[in-house]
Design a protein around this ligand. Structure first.
Ligand code: GLY
Length: 573
């Protein structure tokens, strides 16, 4: 017979075990993916697998990035693209840091007030929807430029996996199926799109094999003829025909003239780490550096994360930086961006000195005068690291989810609506609520200002963090918080990405928060300081989806982390 004391002991130890288990696992996050040789992190698992296959076959990080870029155009129609643009930041193991700008351009026939009516009122649908919203695509030129200059493999090899995925199909994931369904009415307006993304007018199901034969044909053209396979010949003819039919202005000359540009990265420092990021026409690198320079003046207590004092420091810093963005940033080939001033530590100190204990209303914050400090001194992201220490950070986009929803008839690819990233009318916000001025006004062949922030953080001049994100204006604050989480709060890369985030962009004057970022007590304290709070999902409908890698150069371990907000995966070997 079992004694009562024994039963009691068993019950007691079960309770204790349950208690210990619950407590020891409380607060733990999924660990990052570990690898010894190389890592690819993207929002789409089939694309991550393409990247890691290229690495295993001896390709370097640039080869893998180009293969992933083409693969995402097939497996992530949300934002992966050949009809859009983006930015690539590269660190080579010989110490060279560089960037490739393949941002879309305004067509030759574009002009400053093209989205205003006769009375000067802005017509948002013209810059956001239809053929008038399309910028001259840059992705194909950018990927091919990167491969030729910094890759080791032929184009035919790195583009083949994308061709195979388009031709043979891939199993649709839940996110894509839901996204397509959400945009059913928008796709329905364009027969060329509707027939690609809906099967006989009906939605596809999760797990169904999705084939894109027209897109496979376009990719074959690129494989055979390089950039001419896209910017000249049959694909260019189809693109221009589609744009003309829908009332747009992109011409064959626009396509012929498009060139990717290699630019010097923005290099700044934060607590001894080197931050390598994207220069204009992205605002990302400069605004990230400006915010880090301001925040470097604080000492963060390890327990401060998530408190009202922490969010106050972040929000005030973000406000000043985004006020500067609205005035001082634009395509530096067309507008004198006061880059050195904006990056100056002294200028950042002058902002830090203005931050008090209470919230300063955005109406009282104006863009600063960085010129005084000129001292010498729905987008997607993927991060790649190879066995030889080369790192690539790429953010690419069609702007809105699935761009402007127009598929080029017969060529099977989606077009961007990137023209909405220009300031169509000074002071009038774009789809991300961002306000801009003359620096970002429309001019023929000018590149529209971006927030994309592909970034590589170097420790002792070797890659330490490779990170970036989609999410419009929230991109820059997402990258900022992932970096702070790693450097100031000692989090591993997965935890740093998983943690909830906040966002402030000066106007509208609100702290936008993700679920769980701000608890009730903190919210009350922030409100008492003068802040207004808003749920980011309800207000923006977007949030940053970070994809990151952290390299432990002492123990030779590469950690990869895909953002659970987006799906996808880190794949290493
Ligand atoms: N299209 C979003 C950005 O470039 O910032």
């Amino acid at each position: 017979m079992i004694k009562t004391s024994h039963i009691l002991r068993v019950v007691f130890s079960s309770i204790l075990l349950a208690f210990l288990f619950t407590n020891s696992s409380f607060g733990k996050f999924k660990p990052p993916v570990k690898a010894k040789n190389g890592m690819v992190v993207t929002v789409s698992t089939p694309a991550s697998l393409v990247g890691v296959k290229i690495l295993k076959e001896g390709g370097n990080a640039v080869d893998a990035a180009v293969a992933v870029g083409f693969a995402l155009a097939v497996t992530y129609p949300y934002a992966g693209n050949i009809g859009g643009g983006g930015f690539m930041v590269i660190h080579l193991n010989n110490g060279k840091n560089t960037t490739i700008d393949f941002r879309e351009k305004a067509p030759l026939k574009a002009y400053r007030d093209m989205y205003l009516d006769a009375k000067g009122n802005y017509i948002p649908s013209l810059s956001k929807e239809g053929a008038t919203s399309v910028g001259v695509p840059g992705s194909v030129a950018g990927l091919i430029y990167a491969l030729k200059k910094y890759g080791t493999m032929p184009l035919a090899k790195v583009i083949q996996p994308a061709i195979d995925l388009a031709k043979n199909g891939w199993a649709l994931d839940e996110r894509t199926v839901k996204g397509l369904l959400k945009n059913f009415d928008k796709f329905k307006k364009y027969p060329s799109s509707f027939k690609v993304f809906f099967k006989n007018g009906k939605p596809y199901h999760v797990g169904e094999i999705f084939k894109q034969p027209d897109l496979a044909w376009t990719l074959e053209q690129i494989k055979e003829k390089g950039r001419d396979g896209f910017y000249k010949g049959k694909v260019a003819d189809l693109l221009v025909k589609q744009i003309k039919k829908l009332g747009g202005i992109i011409s064959k000359e626009d396509l012929l003239k498009y060139k990717a540009v290699e630019r010097k990265p923005i290099i700044s420092t934060y607590r001894g780490y080197k931050i390598v990021s994207m220069p204009p026409p992205s605002s990302g690198g400069i605004i990230l550096a400006e915010m880090l320079n301001v925040l470097e003046n604080y000492h963060f207590n390890p327990d401060e994360w998530g408190s009202s004092t922490y969010y106050h420091k972040l929000a005030e810093t973000m406000k000043y930086a985004f006020a500067d963005r609205s005035v001082h940033l634009g395509d530096a080939d067309f507008y004198p961006v006061p880059q050195k001033g904006l990056l100056s530590k002294k200028y950042a100190k002058s902002i830090f000195e203005k931050i008090g204990k209470m919230a300063t209303p955005s109406s009282k914050i104006k863009a600063g005068n960085p010129k005084k400090y000129q001292e010498s001194t729905e987008t997607t992201h993927y991060s790649i690291y190879d066995k030889n220490g080369n790192a690539v950070s790429v953010t690419t986009t069609l702007n809105s989810a699935f761009g402007n929803k127009i598929v080029v008839e017969g060529a099977g690819f989606l077009l961007n609506n990137e023209m909405d990233d220009f300031s169509s009318k000074p002071g009038v916000p774009n789809q991300f609520g961002l306000i801009g001025g003359e620096g970002n006004s429309i001019q023929p062949e000018k590149r529209m200002l971006s927030s994309m922030t592909p970034t590589i953080v170097l420790k002792d001049d070797k890659p330490y963090i490779i990170v970036g994100a989609p999410g419009g204006s929230t991109i820059i604050t997402t990258v900022l918080q992932v970096i702070l989480n790693c450097i100031d709060f000692n989090m591993d890369i997965q935890t740093a990405i998983d943690m909830p985030r906040i966002h402030h962009q000066w106007l509208p004057d609100k702290i936008f928060y993700e679920k769980y970022a701000i608890n009730l007590d903190t919210a009350e304290k922030l409100k008492a300081m003068g802040y207004k709070l808003a749920d980011i999902r309800k207000s923006f409908g977007i949030e940053g989806i970070a994809e990151g890698i952290m390299v432990d150069n002492v123990n030779h371990i590469i950690y990869g982390a895909a953002d659970p907000r987006g799906g996808g995966s880190a794949e290493g070997y």
